[in-house]
Design a protein around this ligand. Structure first.
Ligand SMILES: [Fe+2]
Ligand SMILES: [Fe+2]
Length: 353
């Protein structure tokens, strides 16, 4: 990909285009891009809004206390089934954040021609790296054998196939020389964005739920808190991709055919089936009130949320069987820490040298 290839060709010749004309030709993909990242004024103001919200969500894993988690784990305060669910949730979530760090930077961002969307994506990529780091801090703090978590996919058939399917679903954008600008490739790119929405908006959700169910019973409270931070970040990642998808639909309506819409509904249905299967492999017959039945219902509820967010019809029409989850996940910007009774509102601090 050539940066600035549209306006920096050949020798200097005075260009009569105004700033407004250049900005008005911005598109999410295939837009006019001088490569200089002018982020104001904007064609896609929602992207900068999301970027500003992301800037407020600062945190690092070192802020989280894992002492209680370590004690609970070592003193066998968790049942074997709960431990198994925890380890499996951690294994896949850490695998997926690693994958996202790479796919966003190497497959998605190189095709984006809107500077403000690149701004938000750059922050998102940093946050995925932060998540990768935070899982390793968690694994160290809990005294886990890294092989047990990171190596799980080499011993566990279900995890192997889940990772394999996840990787295969982004392979189309990874073909050498892939470039947007043709109808076929633009459809593939849009499909790639929906795939990313599936990664961030569906495939984390069994894992998040397991950490929250344990946390609700005061088990592994530090881990639950870390997942709240990660989930808060992921909420904005989902918002960013919903906006990317919906704006590409507006800018290139020829991509949004009946056939494409049906294929995306099918992709989301397949993703929910896969996530249900994975969730069941984590919880077995159930832990702490989380059962195969309500796990499935919850994931289908999440699937409908993602479908309707991108203008597709809901499939399952179920309700959220865990209304208490709202207390842990709503109010994205302000999180009440139940155990310390203080409001956590992270703002970018002033520079101190
Ligand atoms: Fe992440
Ligand atoms: Fe994410």
């Amino acid at each position: 990909m050539t940066i600035g290839n549209d306006l920096f060709q050949g020798e200097f010749k005075e260009n009569p285009m105004s700033n407004a004309e250049i900005i008005n030709q911005r598109r999410i993909i295939n837009g006019l891009d001088d490569g200089l990242m002018q982020a104001s004024p904007l064609k896609h103001p929602w992207a900068r809004d999301i970027f500003k919200k992301m800037q407020k969500n600062n945190w690092v894993a070192e802020e989280i206390q894992f002492q209680r988690d370590y004690e609970q784990w070592s003193n066998n305060e968790l049942s074997e089934t709960e431990k198994r669910a925890f380890e499996r949730a951690l294994a896949f979530a850490s695998n997926l954040d690693g994958l996202l760090t790479k796919t966003l930077s190497e497959l998605i961002k190189p095709n984006i021609t809107s500077p403000e969307v690149c701004l938000a994506l750059s922050r998102q990529i940093y946050e995925e790296a932060l998540h990768v780091d935070s899982y390793s801090c968690m694994i160290e703090a809990l005294g886990f054998d890294a092989e047990q978590i990171y190596g799980m996919y080499r011993r566990d058939q279900t995890l192997f196939y889940k990772n394999k399917t996840v990787l295969a679903s982004v392979a189309k954008l990874g073909k050498p020389g892939f470039k947007t600008g043709t109808l076929e490739n633009d459809k593939l790119f849009l499909e790639g964005c929906v795939t990313n929405l599936i990664f961030e908006g569906i495939f984390f959700y069994s894992a998040f739920l397991i950490f929250y169910v344990l946390g609700r019973h005061n088990k592994m409270p530090g881990s639950r808190e870390m997942i709240q931070f990660i989930n808060r970040d992921e909420d904005l990642h989902v918002a960013l991709f919903v906006n990317i998808i919906n704006t590409i639909k507006e800018e290139q309506p020829e991509l949004w055919t009946e056939e494409v819409q049906q294929s995306f509904v099918q992709n989301i249905k397949n993703a929910i089936d896969m996530e249900v299967e994975w969730g069941l492999s984590c919880i077995g017959e159930g832990i702490l009130g989380l059962t195969p039945v309500n796990l499935k219902q919850y994931l289908q509820f999440i699937g409908d949320l993602r479908l309707s967010a991108i203008g597709l019809p809901r499939v399952w029409k179920t309700t959220n069987p865990f209304p208490w989850l709202d207390e842990m996940t709503q109010g994205n910007m302000i999180e009440v820490n139940f155990f310390e009774g203080k409001v956590r509102e992270y703002q970018t601090g002033t520079l101190e040298w």
